[in-house]
Design a protein around this ligand. Structure first.
Ligand SMILES: NC(=O)c1ccc[n+]([C@@H]2O[C@H](COP(=O)([O-])OP(=O)(O)OC[C@H]3O[C@@H](n4cnc5c(N)ncnc54)[C@H](O)[C@@H]3O)[C@@H](O)[C@H]2O)c1
Length: 251
């Protein structure tokens, strides 16, 4: 089923965004890609407010207000809080949190002006609510984005705009780099994932397209992680299994 009025994917040149674009194209939905890299339909650096305004103007000329907007643009970042630079903190927050806000706000204003109903989805992360040492800035950027989505959902609902987010778990995209998936850190993430594997970009795309269609759902952050974030860190049962012990009811 194609989406009336088309779709925009911000960050659609790579990874999760590219998978969303491909899914739209397969179903015959007109889609415009905004990105800073690759060969986007509309060049846009979400860190630059003027670039967001220009991208919006181009989009309104090309397709009008889209029925669905997905923002996947974002950057990964690793750094211990004691060693983090102010420059890196500002860069990550500017791209991962302020960028989606600028894009959704610009699109919301255009939608309100033309009385168009829309669905917006931002890409948060399980890192918005799970603590990983050395990922403090990234975790904070995604936690802020998840809350932003909830407030925007309440503020814009009277205008017919739904705002949700997906929270991917560990997903195999260029953001993960070339880390081998079968062993080491990623191998153990896979072992601890109830559904038994890492995510693919297509898994997140499937959730995004489905969430866009849910007309009575707004302000939600849907974790798409194969169940990875369900475990308690205590997980005595899982640890015993990993150590090769037989686990009985008496233990
Ligand atoms: N891959 C994962 O494991 C994972 C897990 C949780 C959340 N996420 C989130 O999913 C989103 C997509 O990540 P991905 O894994 O597909 O990574 P990716 O690097 O493959 O794609 C990110 C895209 O965002 C674009 N982008 C980056 N900075 C931009 C800017 N300033 N302006 C416009 N576009 C910009 C990049 O050019 C790229 O096309 C990100 O927000 C990321 O934080 C990824």
């Amino acid at each position: 089923m194609s989406v009336a009025n088309g779709a925009v994917v911000v960050g659609g040149s790579s990874g999760i965004g590219a998978a969303i674009v491909e899914s739209y194209r397969k179903q015959g939905t007109q889609v415009l890609v905004w990105d800073i890299a690759g060969e986007p339909d509309v060049a846009c650096d979400v860190a630059d407010p003027a670039a967001v305004d220009r991208a919006l103007a181009t989009t309104l000329d090309l397709m009008g207000v889209p029925g669905q907007l997905t923002v996947t643009a974002g950057v990964g970042h690793v750094g211990l809080l004691l060693e983090e630079s102010v420059e890196d903190w500002d860069r990550v927050m500017t791209i991962n949190t302020r960028g989606p806000w600028l894009v959704m706000r610009a699109m919301a204003k255009a939608a309100i002006e033309s009385s168009a109903s829309c669905s917006f989805i931002a890409t948060s992360s399980v890192s918005a609510h799970l603590v990983d040492r050395s990922m403090g800035t990234y975790c904070a950027s995604k936690a802020a984005l998840s809350m932003l989505v909830k407030v925007a959902a309440c503020e814009w609902a009277p205008h017919g705009i739904r705002v949700n987010a997906v929270g991917p778990g560990v997903t195999q995209t260029p953001m993960l780099g070339n880390a081998p998936t079968g062993s080491g850190w990623l191998g153990s993430v896979q072992d601890r994932t109830p559904l038994g594997r890492l995510g693919f970009a297509d898994d997140i795309a499937q959730a995004v397209l489905a969430l866009h269609e849910l007309e009575w759902v707004t302000g939600q952050v849907l974790d798409v992680d194969g169940g990875l974030s369900l475990h308690s860190p205590i997980d005595a049962y899982g640890e015993n299994l990993r150590l090769g012990f037989t686990v009985t009811q008496d233990q």
